[in-house]
Ligand binder design. Structure first.
Ligand code: NAD
Ligand code: UDP
Length: 342
């Protein structure tokens, strides 16, 4: 991959994409961002500029828009695509399965077709640990059986299947399927972070909003799981480590291949551990109440992270304390998310 050829980041104004933009900029890798802004703010671009991580161009467009993609691929000689664009709210996907499948699956296929037309056959794809469903074995190896428990998970599995079929049919493709575990934290400048719309679904943004006083207390979904303290166990990784994983994947795709890799720490953290660590590190107590299990949740989900080390030469660098400190710095500096004036 020639350094001067840019990378296209789809979904690049979103949570993980914006942090990945910073990592690419630090590595001297130019990039273009395409996002339809359905779940992110254009103000992210001002923050990226502050971090010397501006894209060559920002294109407000949809990955389902073939004409927009063809025009963009004609303007740049892209070295590859990091494809984050997609809808990600599990509950919403249950209510609106066709919208999720159309956006995520049709969108990805449309993008792959545009890439093929432009002879750009290198892609890093955002998959998720959700493709393992309720895992029989933890830590979960990449060879574990795959399943979908909701339309969001189904959309990820369908995209993965499309990528596997594509590689089988045309081995010229360079494909990395990255299965993320639970990304949290924020850039340590406090300029970038996670800014969910409405009531957060995920644990860390909920905790930071309780810490800020925007929500009264955290509901801990279940304390009767078969885990050391009864609360759900997950593999949380710092979003900057996850962002570095994308650079590592791009570099590993120097030759045609299909890589499928978990990105996680391999360490299990319970909801109770997370609440206690956040309170201790930041000196802010987190009011909480134990409530019933959330439907669809599994007891434990953590990565066997050995493949990432072997194939991508990547492993996480930031510990749980750092994830909690950075998430809180971002939230406390930006109580209104990206609408907070700089
Ligand atoms: P995000 O919502 O912050 O970012 C996704 C971006 O994609 C948003 O900016 C949104 O506006 C854009 N987008 C959505 N549909 C689009 C379309 N049709 N055309 C153009 N842009 C579109 O989410 P994120 O947390 O940064 O996640 C990025 C990717 O990683 C997603 O594919 C998500 O499913 C996947 N993922 C996320 C997590 C997580 O916990 N955050 C875990 C596993 C996988
Ligand atoms: N969780 C919780 N309260 C919340 C949000 C999440 O107790 O308000 C728990 C959830 O049950 C799971 C863990 O926190 O055990 C991580 O949930 P999240 O939604 O962040 O990620 P998931 O692993 O479900 O994708």
């Amino acid at each position: 991959m020639a350094q001067t050829q840019p990378i296209l980041i789809t979904g690049g104004t979103g949570f993980i994409g914006s942090h990945t933009a910073v990592v690419l900029a630090e590595a001297g890798q130019p990039f273009v961002i395409l996002d339809n802004l359905c779940n992110s703010s254009p103000k992210v671009l001002d923050r990226l500029a502050r971090l010397n991580a501006s894209p060559l161009e920002f294109v407000q467009a949809d990955i389902r828009d073939s004409a927009a993609l063809d025009a963009l691929f004609a303007r740049y000689n892209f070295a590859g695509v990091i494809h984050f664009a997609g809808l990600k709210a599990v509950g919403e996907s249950v209510a609106q399965p066709l919208r999720y499948l159309e956006n995520n699956v049709s969108g990805t296929i449309n993008l792959l077709q545009a890439m093929d037309r432009a002879h750009v056959r290198r892609i890093v794809f955002s998959s998720s640990a959700t493709v393992y469903g309720d895992p029989a074995v933890v830590p979960i190896p990449e060879t574990a059986p795959l399943t979908a428990t909701n339309p969001y998970g189904r959309s990820k599995l369908m995209c993965e299947d499309a990528l596997r079929e594509l590689h089988a049919a045309d081995p010229r493709w360079h494909i990395a399927v990255l299965r993320y575990f639970n990304p949290v934290g924020a850039h340590d400048s406090g300029l970038l972070g996670e800014a969910p719309n409405g009531i957060p679904n995920n644990l860390m943004p909920y905790i930071t909003q309780v810490a800020l006083g925007q929500r009264e207390y955290l509901q801990i979904f279940g304390n009767d799981y078969d885990t050391p303290d009864g609360t759900g166990v997950r593999d949380y990784l710092h979003v900057m480590d996850l962002a570095q994983g994308h650079l590592a994947a791009l570099r590993a795709l120097d030759t045609p291949k299909l890589l499928t890799v978990n990105l996680g720490t391999g360490q299990g953290v319970s909801v109770k551990d997370m609440v206690d660590t956040f309170a201790r590190v930041n000196g802010v107590p987190i009011a909480h109440r134990f409530v019933a299990r959330r439907p669809g949740d599994v007891a434990q989900c953590l990565a066997d992270a050995r493949q990432a080390k072997a194939l991508l030469h990547w492993q996480t660098q930031h510990n749980l304390e750092r994830m909690c400190a950075d998430a809180w710095r971002w939230q406390s500096m930006n109580p209104q998310g990206f609408d907070t004036p700089l």
